[in-house]
Design a protein around this ligand. Structure first.
Ligand SMILES: *[C@@H]1O[C@H](CO)[C@@H](O)[C@H](O)[C@H]1NC(C)=O
Ligand SMILES: *[C@@H]1O[C@H](CO)[C@@H](O)[C@H](O)[C@H]1NC(C)=O
Length: 205
């Protein structure tokens, strides 16, 4: 008993060191109206850490809802899962529901990343054993637009995912629907996620 309480407080310590927890991530998604807008059920049981490499400074790990300057988001980002009850395989999807503008998202969702066969190492770092279906696209909100939401979701990968043909590397990245795709391939609900806001480059406004 004493041993398991020790483990629990160790876990609490590790999770708080991430400066976030599943409840605050869920709250940030709800506050930004994300589950409604992309028609997903979001009750995360793990944390997805998304980290952008930076030239000349430290990498940036997103806190849910944080705004980043566009020039910090060239990527490709790395992914880490904290608190998942398996080491994979996982599917990662990134979507922009606000294209070309949040007020009139006629080309949304834009698929900014889609890849499967991610496995976590002992530290939770995710590595995919097959090329992504859609490689990471840097956010490029058009001049004059408000900031867009860029949403990263982690799913348990269903059997047969590698045989799906609903979305391939030649499928248009616009007018994507993560909710429909999840239903088509049986992804279920995301187990983790995060999001960032990115506005147009100051030079393009
Ligand atoms: C990104 O843009 C900001 C604002 O224009 C600028 O201050 C900053 O130096 C840029 N950073 C990089 C890494 O280019
Ligand atoms: C996206 O897919 C869901 C589930 O199939 C559907 O209910 C919804 O209407 C679709 N959204 C759009 C904008 O087509």
């Amino acid at each position: 008993m004493r041993f398991s309480i020790g483990l629990l407080s160790l876990f609490a310590l590790i999770v708080s060191a991430q400066d976030t927890n599943v409840r605050t991530v869920k709250q940030a998604f709800d506050n930004a109206n994300i589950p409604t807008d992309i028609e997903i059920t979001f009750n995360p049981t793990a944390l997805l850490e998304v980290t952008f490499p930076e030239t000349g400074s430290n990498p940036i790990t997103i806190h849910a809802g944080e705004q980043l300057p566009r020039n910090s988001t060239a990527g490709p980002p790395t992914f880490r899962v904290v608190g998942a009850n398996s080491n994979g395989p996982f599917v990662v999807a990134t979507v922009d529901p606000d294209a070309p503008t949040p007020q009139n998202p006629t080309s949304a969702e834009i698929r900014h990343f889609l890849g499967g066969n991610f496995r976590a190492n002992a530290g939770g770092l995710l590595t995919n054993s097959t090329p992504a279906i859609s490689n990471f696209l840097q956010p490029t909100p058009p001049a004059g637009s408000d900031a867009h939401r860029y949403i990263f979701l982690l799913f348990n990968q269903p059997a047969g995912f590698n045989q799906q043909t609903f979305v391939t590397s030649s499928t248009s990245t616009s007018l994507f629907n993560i909710s429909a795709f999840a239903q088509e391939v049986g992804l279920g609900n995301p187990i983790a996620g995060t999001f960032m806001l990115v506005a147009p480059d100051p030079t393009t406004v």
